[in-house]
Design a protein around this ligand. Structure first.
Ligand code: AMP
Length: 564
């Protein structure tokens, strides 16, 4: 069976597509959430899940949690003197999930869809794939968490709808995506997030207040006390989701420390965090040029959206109440299971398709001329911008900068910063070119990128017709047949919209109209042609399709009105 796995910061879950629906698989304890915690027992055995999480207070130096935040870094976590990479720890959680699922379902797990935060970069995605492989899983695909949540939600009510917004606040991360379902295609229109904002930050803010009010001493030498305060603050914060007040109570060194905390205390302590929820929401709406009123629904996902203060903040932001159709803790795993069903080609899912958007920009480095004509190297030129619907292919023309330049270097980056050294370097292409005066050699650089993270970079030297290609994937162990199939799918996109027959036909029709008409009507047609050419140059399929339909309709109208 192919499973869907939500590898969460706080909790993880595993699910499958079974009997026409997504279904969570319980672990050996009968729970559908497994804490993402690992602990080394005194006999050197490894504990994973609830047993490990429960040792966090008693054995903090032997227990690791929230290691997902370190994925893709070289930081290690030391448990009782043994150093673990974040991948090692994630692999232990994944292995536990796999074994529990195999035991419960009585069949082997042959493949897995694993979810990752949308903003995870190439390094973090590779680390997640490696963790899957270490756990003995064949990782079929990584899916963005908000996309998975949207998939779970889109499947609940499959009818076409206006765009809806998925607001996902988990233990350690915050993701916003705007999605619509059209003609059986679930389209993620935009996604944005903050990878340093989640339930744990609310807990940390409340812990500061609780500590001061209960008079807990600070002892920098005791990580255990800090951990005990944090765990108690977390309990109180969760209790405040269902009650107006709760008692913080901690026994330490034979003394009891107590304080009564209210929802208002949490709200005051968390005010800066609540403010930070706004920016990703605004960015996602800006990226797809939609306004808050245009969202048909606001869907809450992620355990931390159970906090009433978060719900109130969302209500204020949108001027209406959010909806929560699916259990917010489990939506991501259920969505991953839908994706697993799609992968296994379940008959009842045949008519559903998913597109995703590029969560980061992809581009190359260029040099500009400064005010004194000096060369300023290392500027980022995005070719596929954040928010582009995938799969996508975009081309840009570059020219040589210096006389008799012998080669042109294309370094390929992922990120948003203007200076490339702040972005993630994915690979390089060095193209030899014939010596000519500056600006005389033109090169077309094309980026083609699919939903599974396959990036093809094609460079054509226009003067010589020579072509060069670089293929990059976040999956080093990809099956050659699958790679060939994915590359063939991308090849179909490698045409400038300007050269597509249907767009050329429309332009030819408009040119004929220009010849037929006179005066204002002729000017109007000239305006339509200029507009369509500008839209074609953007290479944005959605905008081009809209402009094509609008211009055809205008030409129909002109031709109808023309006296014969
Ligand atoms: P997730 O990463 O989606 O599993 O979210 C886990 C986060 O949700 C943790 O920070 C939990 O403390 C938080 N959480 C779970 N249940 C509640 C609740 N009833 N009230 C407040 N926070 C909760």
């Amino acid at each position: 069976m192919i499973v869907g796995i939500d590898l969460g910061t706080t909790n993880s879950a595993i699910a499958r597509w079974h009997d026409g629906r997504a279904e969570l698989i319980p672990n050996a304890l009968g729970a559908t959430l497994t804490p993402s915690a690992v602990s080394l027992a005194e006999d050197a055995s490894v504990l994973v899940g609830a047993a490990a999480r429960d040792r966090q207070i008693t054995h903090p130096e032997r227990t690791a949690t929230t290691f997902k935040r370190l994925m893709g870094t070289s930081q290690k976590v030391t448990l009782d003197g043994v150093a673990f990479t974040p991948e090692d720890l994630s692999a232990l959680v994944l292995r536990q999930l796999r074994e529990d699922a195999e035991r419960h379902c009585g069949e082997p797990v042959t493949g897995a869809i694993i979810t990752v935060p949308a903003y995870f970069n190439d390094r973090q995605r590779k680390a997640t794939r490696r963790a899957g492989q270490l756990a003995g899983l064949h990782v079929e695909r990584l899916v963005n968490e908000p996309t998975a949540a949207a998939l779970a939600y889109g499947i609940v009510d499959r009818s076409d709808r206006e765009p809806f917004l998925v607001f996902d606040l988990g233990g350690g991360t915050f993701d916003v995506s705007i999605v619509d379902v059209f003609d059986g295609i679930i389209e993620v229109r935009a996604s944005a997030g903050d990878n340093r904002l989640g339930g744990e930050d609310f807990t940390a803010a409340l812990a500061v207040v609780a500590r001061a009010r209960a008079g807990v001493p600070s002892d920098p030498a005791s990580p255990r006390l800090d951990e005990a305060v944090r765990a108690e603050a977390e309990r109180v914060r969760i209790a405040l989701s269902d009650a107006d007040s709760a008692t913080f109570s901690l026994v330490w060194a034979d003394r009891r420390y107590e304080a009564e905390l209210t929802g208002a205390d949490l709200e005051a302590a968390a005010a800066p965090l609540l403010d930070r929820l706004r920016e990703p929401v605004l960015r996602a709406m800006r990226d797809c040029r939609l306004r808050a009123e245009e969202m048909s629904e606001i869907v809450l996902v992620g355990g931390a959206t159970r906090m009433p203060i978060v719900r109130r903040a969302v209500t204020r932001m949108f001027g209406r109440f959010p909806s929560h159709v699916i259990d917010p803790d489990r939506a991501i795993a259920l969505g991953a299971a839908v994706q697993a069903g799609l992968k296994a080609r379940a008959a009842d899912l045949a008519e559903i398709r998913l597109t995703d958007i590029c969560p980061f920009s992809l581009g190359t480095d260029v040099a500009d001329r400064g005010p004194q004509g000096q060369i300023l190297a290392g500027r980022f030129k995005p070719l596929i911008e954040r928010g582009t619907v995938l799969p996508a292919s975009r081309v840009h023309r570059f020219v040589t900068m210096t006389p008799n330049q012998a080669k042109v270097e294309f370094d390929i980056y992922q990120g948003e910063a203007r200076r490339v050294d702040a972005n993630v370097l994915l690979g390089s292409l060095s193209i030899p070119v014939p010596p000519r005066p500056a600006g005389e050699i033109a090169l077309d650089c094309r980026f083609s990128y699919d939903v599974s993270g396959l990036l093809e970079v094609d460079v054509t030297v226009l003067t010589t017709g020579e072509t060069h290609q670089l293929v990059l994937t976040d999956d080093e162990s990809i099956d050659p047949a699958e790679l060939a199939a994915r590359r063939a799918a991308l090849a179909a996109l490698k045409m400038h919209p300007r050269d597509e027959a249907r767009h050329r036909a429309l332009l030819a029709r408009a040119e004929r109209c220009f010849e037929l008409f006179l005066g204002n009507q002729r000017e109007f047609v000239a305006g339509l042609i200029a507009h369509f050419e500008t839209v074609l140059a953007t290479q944005e399929p959605r905008e081009i399709a809209e402009a094509h339909a609008a211009i055809s309709a205008r030409l129909d109208q002109l031709e109808r009105e023309r006296p014969s």
